[in-house]
Design a binder for this molecule. Structure first.
Ligand code: PLZ
Length: 450
């Protein structure tokens, strides 16, 4: 059955377990994986997938699992979304590659036009396309340095920007991302984030911005700073939502000091938080914005979009790559973007928040181990602590996560301290499935909280 099954929203939208998780066929594949694939590439839940669609993943044993991770915020339009699959198949049958730097094609231009139209701000914009989020971040830094003639890059505590050498330097967390992979790129400076739950005393967004800016001024010097790079809501670092006012104050300081303000919306972008981009929530208009993940319904594509005068500062030939803006990925992106707009997936993300938030808050009332409930739209999390304080409880997060997995709900953890359970369902997930996943999460607390 799993050999012939096709995906998409036509898949039965239910949770159904036929075997234990992982099942025997997954276990067999995992033994092959262990013998063939580098140990450093390590799946969090080794069930091998045969098909996906709507809000489910069907594994090679025929189990149907609820997808609460979207492959880390990628398949927001659903897995194997019909419009994406059709556009990809159609493009793949015409041509799969020319290299845009050799002989160009319309899809790349059309994706750039869409990005210029959809990203915050009415100013003249340009885009450049790449393959991965890390590559987009690298290029945003290249462009900001070229434009300003300055070297320093400012990043934040708990930040995640990728696994390449420069983006490892920009990422905060040592294990597993950086440990023994140095030396790292220079001129990357880290300053404190606004992390309301972990402030020793109540700190407004403006105060937190002032704290960061003072550190930049004193330790780096504004005139040496090319870019401030920030995730409007931090992803891997723990779904940290900065206090209101933090992002606008940083953006205003950047504008005053000629620093390029880069919003890394690789995880938050494309309707995930209920707005097309998370920056819009506070009316922040970044100079450059990096996107990937949700842009193309699962096809590898990433972009830098920004002010024309900054983007166009780079000399012809200064930006590129063999595969960046691959025509098949661009076809997927155009279909995904059309779906986000026509199906009002922003509205769907808000609805998911309306359904999930009260349930997560109820958990916080029942269990003192839930220290914080936060996020926006379909990017929500609970932070787990020892009762009565803020001491992180990563073991509890792992136990809750494992309970969900055993019971057919694909959940993810995150956070500097590994103590955050995060929820990133496809925006098209049917409501009954979401409610079923919430019941499993409730059950995880009932059975795992000691
Ligand atoms: N910036 C904000 O979230 C990718 C990482 C998974 P790539 N996040 C998932 C892992 O463990 O590797 C991410 C992100 C933000 C940049 C990136 C990097 O995007 O497409 O993984 O390179």
């Amino acid at each position: 059955m799993s050999d012939t099954i096709t995906g998409g929203p036509g898949l039965a939208q239910h949770r159904r377990l036929l075997t234990e998780i992982p099942g025997p066929r997954s276990a067999e594949l995992h033994a092959r994986k262990t013998a063939a694939v580098a140990a450093g590439v390590s799946p969090g839940l080794p069930v091998y997938i045969a098909a996906g669609g709507g809000g489910v993943l069907v594994d090679v044993d025929g189990n149907s699992l609820i997808d609460m991770g979207s492959g880390i915020a990628v398949v927001s339009v659903g897995n194997a979304a019909p419009a994406v699959s059709a556009a990809v198949a159609e493009q793949a049958s015409r041509f799969t590659h020319t290299c845009f730097m050799v002989t160009p094609y319309e899809g790349y231009v059309a994706v750039s036009e869409a990005l210029n139209r959809l990203t915050p701000g009415e100013h003249d914009k340009r885009s450049a396309l790449f393959n991965s989020g890390a590559e987009a971040v690298e290029n945003a830094v290249k462009i900001a340095r070229h434009h300003t003639g300055r070297d320093a890059v400012i990043v934040f505590d708990h930040a995640y920007h990728g696994r390449t050498n420069l983006t490892m330097a920009m990422t905060a967390k040592n294990m597993p991302y950086k440990h023994r992979f140095g030396p790292f790129a220079g001129e990357v400076h880290r300053v404190p984030m606004s992390y309301p739950f972990r402030e020793p005393a109540p700190t407004s967004g403006e105060q937190a911005a002032e704290r960061a800016i003072t550190m930049i001024d004193k330790q780096v010097g504004a005139d040496n700073v090319a870019a401030v790079v920030i995730e409007p809501i931090q992803g891997e670092g723990g779904f940290v939502v900065p206090a209101p006012g933090f992002l606008p104050a940083l953006a205003a300081w950047c504008a005053e000091r000629g620093v390029v303000f880069v919003a890394d919306e690789i995880q938050t972008g494309f309707a995930r938080t209920g707005d097309m981009f998370a920056c819009e929530h506070e009316g922040v208009v970044p100079d450059l914005i990096t996107t990937a993940k949700g842009i193309a319904g699962g096809m590898p594509l990433a972009a830098v979009t920004g002010r024309a005068e900054i983007m166009d500062a780079v000399h012809p030939g200064g930006l590129g790559g063999t595969y960046g803006g691959n025509p098949v990925a661009c076809a997927g992106a155009l279909a995904a973007i059309a779906t986000i707009e026509s199906e009002d997936l922003r509205g769907r993300a808000r609805r998911i928040e309306q359904i999930m938030m009260p349930r997560l808050r109820a958990l916080a009332e029942r269990y003192p181990q839930v220290g914080d409930v936060r996020g926006r739209g379909a990017m929500l999390a609970v932070e787990l602590v020892r009762p009565g304080g803020t001491e992180p409880d990563a073991a509890l997060a792992a136990a809750l996560n494992a309970h969900c997995h055993r019971n057919g709900v694909v959940t993810l953890t995150c956070g500097t301290f590994g103590n955050v359970m995060r929820f990133l369902p496809p925006l098209v997930i049917p409501e009954e499935l979401l409610l079923d996943a919430l019941d499993v999460i409730d059950d995880a607390f009932a059975t795992q909280v000691g």
